[in-house]
Structures are given as structure tokens and as C-alpha cells.
Design a protein around this ligand. Structure first.
Ligand code: OOG
Ligand code: MG
Length: 277
């Protein structure tokens, strides 16, 4: 009897170890596939069509795929929130707040150029950025959140899902670093800038393609930073002082084409432009 219990206990451990090693290898290989797709600007099938991954595993894949860039001398300089507005949730059919990482090589200078050949099917969306001045690794209550950033700025995010047709499940998009592939930050403003009820427009060439209001971002863009802090606690991560945090788009995203001149306009924070070349 004792032997039987011992044996089944040992078998169980071996089985658990086997699944652990196997899962670990699987997460690594998905991270490698997503990293290669991003680097080669090549779309791939949705992961969820052939493999079942849960949300924690999706964040683990995201972490590992971004770490692959870091080993190639890129560095994480910020974080992005996604699906913080109804406009975005409805456009993409995903209804949970997500977060991803921004690396130095993803940054495009204001008035600079975006090289279209490095993207698959890029879209642009208007956002608001926070500059963090104190590590965030736990849920920060609303009354203290102002202690954690020292500037705010208008920002544009370039998203470029690595999945065909920009279609994905929640787990797929998280594994794919929440589609993030570029961002432009405009001039930094005083942290006391009123972020609520700010009109935001997106222009491509001579056409106004999106018009919205900052209240679309969770009712108040600051709430997106609070959400980011909650995520950091949940996933045991830290947003270090000095990081940029993007609050999420206030409007749906618009597709880019070679030759486009893109302009975002924020009431009381000015404009950002870039060109697609
Ligand atoms: C996912 C990223 C969502 C936002 O601002 O809501 C996002 C996507 O739309 O592909 O960045
Ligand atoms: Mg975004």
C-alpha cells in the first residue's frame, strides 16, 4: 500500500515535470515565431487556432519575445495600455484591458519618418502618454497616482498585428505584444494639464479620419495609469521611473499607406506629425 502511494506520487511528479518542460519549450517557440514575424514584417496564423494558451502564458510569451529583442541590444523604455476605450474594443472585438512593452527601437521622432517596408499592415491611433517618475509595482489608489508621473504628452501609437487580417483572440494579441510596433511622443507638458474632456483628432493627408475625446479612455486617461499599476501588481512586474506609459487609443485606429502625412491634434497639447515613406 505504502509502495503504491509512493509510486503514484513519484509518477505524478515526473508527469508534472514533463508537462512543465514541454510547456516551457512551447512558450519559447511561440515567442520565437512572433519575434521573427515582427522582425521580418511577415504575418502569421493566430496561435489560438492550433494551440491553447491561457492569459498568463500569453503574457509569458510576450515577455520572452521582447526579451529576444533586448538580447539584440534593444531596451524596454515604456509600457502601453490597450482596449481602454469602447471605440477600440468595438473595432477589434476584444473586451479586456491589456498591456504591452515599448522598446527604444519602436520610437519614431515627432516630424520623423516611418519606413513602411518594416511593417505588415500598420495602423495609427491617437493616445496620451505619461512620463513616470517613481517605480510602479503595485496598485496605486487614485488619490496617490499624481505622485507617479511628472509630465504628460500627446502620442501616436503604430499598431501592426503580426496576425493575418489583424484578427486575434485576447490571448493572441497579448502574446503579440498587444500589436504594438511603433510610437511617437510629442512635447512633454506640465503634469497638472487637464486630461479630461480633451478633443483629439487624427488626420491623414488632407482628411480628418478620426475625431474623439480623451474621456473615451476609461472616462479619464489617468484611470488607465491606475489600471497599469493594477496590472503590475497582478503580473509581478515594475514600470521603472523614467518609463513612458501610453494610456490607450481614444478613437479607432486608421490604416497607413506609403506616402501618407499623418497628423494628430490634441486640444491644449498641440500636434504631432510624421510621414510614411
Ligand atoms: C491591439 C492594441 C490595442 C489600444 O490603444 O487600445 C491598443 C490592437 O488594436 O491591435 O493599442
Ligand atoms: Mg494603442
Amino acid at each position: 500500500m505504502v509502495g503504491y502511494f509512493y509510486d503514484s506520487f513519484a509518477d505524478n511528479l515526473i508527469l508534472k515535470y514533463y508537462f512543465y518542460v514541454h510547456k516551457n519549450d512551447q512558450l519559447d517557440s511561440i515567442a520565437e515565431i512572433l519575434d521573427a514575424a515582427a522582425m521580418e514584417a511577415r504575418s502569421i496564423d493566430q496561435i489560438s487556432k492550433t494551440r491553447s494558451i491561457d492569459l498568463r502564458e500569453a503574457y509569458e510569451i510576450q515577455d520572452r519575445s521582447i526579451q529576444r529583442r533586448v538580447t539584440r541590444n534593444d531596451s524596454i523604455i515604456g509600457y502601453k495600455m490597450g482596449f481602454t476605450s469602447k471605440a477600440k474594443m468595438e473595432q477589434m472585438g476584444v473586451h479586456d484591458i491589456i498591456w504591452g512593452r515599448l522598446t527604444a527601437s519602436m520610437q519614431i521622432q515627432a516630424n520623423g519618418n516611418l519606413d513602411f517596408s518594416k511593417y505588415i499592415h500598420p495602423r495609427v491611433e491617437p493616445e496620451i502618454a505619461f512620463r513616470i517618475n517613481k517605480d510602479i509595482n503595485q496598485h496605486i489608489p487614485a488619490e496617490n497616482i499624481a505622485d507617479y508621473y511628472d509630465a504628460v504628452a500627446p502620442a501616436l501609437e503604430i499598431i501592426d498585428s503580426r496576425y493575418q487580417n489583424f484578427s486575434f483572440s485576447l490571448e493572441d494579441v497579448v502574446a503579440d505584444n498587444c500589436s504594438s510596433s511603433g510610437f511617437v511622443v510629442g512635447p512633454w507638458h506640465d503634469p497638472s494639464t487637464q486630461l479630461q474632456d480633451m478633443g483629439i483628432e487624427l488626420w491623414i493627408d488632407e482628411e480628418r479620419v478620426q475625431a474623439g475625446n480623451s474621456n473615451a479612455i476609461l472616462g479619464n486617461p489617468i484611470d488607465s495609469l491606475i489600471e497599469a499599476s493594477r496590472m503590475m501588481e497582478k503580473y509581478k512586474c515594475t514600470i521603472p521611473a523614467g518609463s513612458i506609459v501610453l494610456a490607450g487609443a481614444a478613437t479607432p485606429a486608421s490604416y497607413l499607406a506609403s506616402g501618407n502625412k499623418v497628423r494628430g491634434v490634441w486640444d491644449s497639447m498641440g500636434e504631432i506629425t510624421f510621414s510614411v515613406v
